[in-house]
Write a protein that binds this ligand. Sequence first.
Ligand code: HEC
Ligand code: HEC
Ligand code: HEC
Ligand code: HEC
Ligand code: HEC
Ligand code: HEC
Ligand code: HEC
Length: 322
Amino acid sequence: MTVLKEFLPKIWLLLAVFLVVSPAWAQGDAKSINPELLEKIRKSNAECFACHSEAGLKNPPLPGLDLAKLRETIRDDEVFKNSNHGKMECRQCHGQGYQAYPHAVGSKQLISPCEQCHAVQVMKAEMQFDNSVHAKNLKDKFTCSTCHDPHVALAAAKLGDPRKAAAQDNHMCLECHNSDLTFAKYAPADKKRPNIDKIHAWLPNTRLHWDAVRCVDCHTPVAKTLSHEIANKDKAERNCVTCHSTNTALATRLYRHVAKTEANTYGFANSALLNSIYVVGATRHPLLDWAMVGLVAATVAGVLGHGLVRIILAWRRNRSGR
Ligand code: HEC
Ligand code: HEC
Ligand code: HEC
Ligand code: HEC
Ligand code: HEC
Ligand code: HEC
Ligand code: HEC
């Protein structure tokens, strides 16, 4: 029995590790997906795009659809294909209720949440988000997909050009902070949207700055990797030299994905600094992934084997002792 007591907690720990590692691993490296499987995925998704696209809106495959509602739900096939999730089937996230039309009532509640596949990232992001200005008053209204559109977003590392990353990330914030209508949907009833051009008037060429630098580069604490802790306005960065210097803070932020050669073309980046940055989790290598899987498998096998031998030995000892 003592053997089992010692052994069981280890199994749970390993199982937990395996559950965290396996979803990403089971999906495989998106690049190495085989063409037949990809073809199957595209076919399956085409069924949804038959309605949820510009083409579907113009030429609905069924009569009598609510076109006004459909218009609000159209997705762009090309944008989706190039996004983080572009090699997935719609139904991997929209698993229940959407196979047939009319869709089952309440299906929206069954859409897979991010944590189903990204447990670790969600935990990290949530810990930072809980300290953010949005969590204080608006926590119930904010989910990951309030900011991250899973049909559109592409990771900064893959976007390459920092201006593209700035456009994508700032779009999330501007959707609310540049629109009275959207802002009001989330804000406490008595809160009016502050005019962000006026607030940032001290920053020369404000809107041009926003093409080149992100809101989060000034509104989150400097961290080794990304941070979701959007702080109170008193803590926001207004010191020009933080960015406009050779050891710019942007090296660990917006520019962290830019390769050495490109760094010089994006202004004041210190390329030596950039080159030495390794972002855990962002820089993935297939060999490392496999080594990780191998390690977990070997550990599981080792613990199982060890446990088994001890159980057998204990059993034999008990028998011979009797
Ligand atoms: C025959 C046309 C048609 C097809 C095919 C179709 N949809 Fe829809 N879908 C609609 C229309 C129209 C709406 C607008 C709201 C409504 O009428 O239910 C909608 C609404 C939605 C919504 C809005 C959220 C909600 O439940 O209110 C989601 C999500 C959705 N569809 C996902 C899908 C997915 C995923 C597929 C493919 C598996 C798909 N749809 C296939 C016509 C279609
Ligand atoms: C990685 C998961 C994921 C994948 C893959 C995915 N979706 Fe979604 N989808 C979501 C989530 C999450 C929401 C809810 C967003 C929100 O909170 O409004 C959503 C919402 C929608 C909506 C409703 C939008 C609205 O305004 O109400 C439609 C339509 C939709 N998805 C269609 C699709 C189609 C078509 C595909 C495949 C081409 C697809 N989705 C693939 C996660 C996904
Ligand atoms: C059903 C599983 C599933 C769900 C749910 C899901 N994702 Fe993903 N996600 C994936 C897969 C698979 C990939 C591609 C991994 C790869 O290419 O290595 C991915 C990739 C990503 C990436 C890019 C990672 C990188 O470094 O390239 C981000 C960011 C991301 N997802 C965010 C989200 C967010 C935010 C949500 C919730 C709105 C979400 N995901 C929901 C399966 C999922
Ligand atoms: C207030 C808006 C907001 C919310 C809410 C939010 N995020 Fe983010 N997220 C961002 C911004 C902006 C970035 C880019 C920051 C960076 O790369 O430094 C980002 C970056 C990320 C990245 C890194 C992607 C990459 O390019 O490497 C991941 C993963 C992520 N978020 C996951 C989540 C998850 C999971 C949740 C829900 C718990 C969440 N986010 C909620 C705004 C948000
Ligand atoms: C879904 C809408 C929405 C999105 C997206 C959003 N915000 Fe907000 N934000 C709000 C609302 C509403 C408030 C007002 C909260 C309050 O006063 O209770 C706010 C408040 C703020 C504040 C003010 C804090 C203070 O000191 O008063 C800052 C700074 C901020 N947001 C930055 C950002 C940044 C940066 C992003 C993008 C990563 C972002 N927001 C995305 C809705 C949004
Ligand atoms: C160069 C740094 C910088 C950038 C980039 C930046 N901000 Fe700010 N932001 C600040 C500073 C500093 C303040 C505080 C201003 C003050 O108190 O007078 C501030 C204040 C704010 C406030 C508080 C408004 C209020 O009075 O309650 C919001 C909201 C906000 N910023 C949103 C954004 C959004 C959205 C973006 C991206 C489009 C952005 N900021 C980009 C530095 C920046
Ligand atoms: C969060 C980082 C950040 C902060 C803080 C910041 N800037 Fe910038 N600024 C940038 C970036 C990035 C660019 C674009 C550089 C490029 O494209 O080469 C830029 C561009 C500029 C330009 C235009 C230069 C050109 O090439 O046309 C001026 C002028 C400028 N900043 C002045 C300021 C002043 C003055 C302050 C302080 C009040 C300031 N900046 C604060 C990041 C920042």
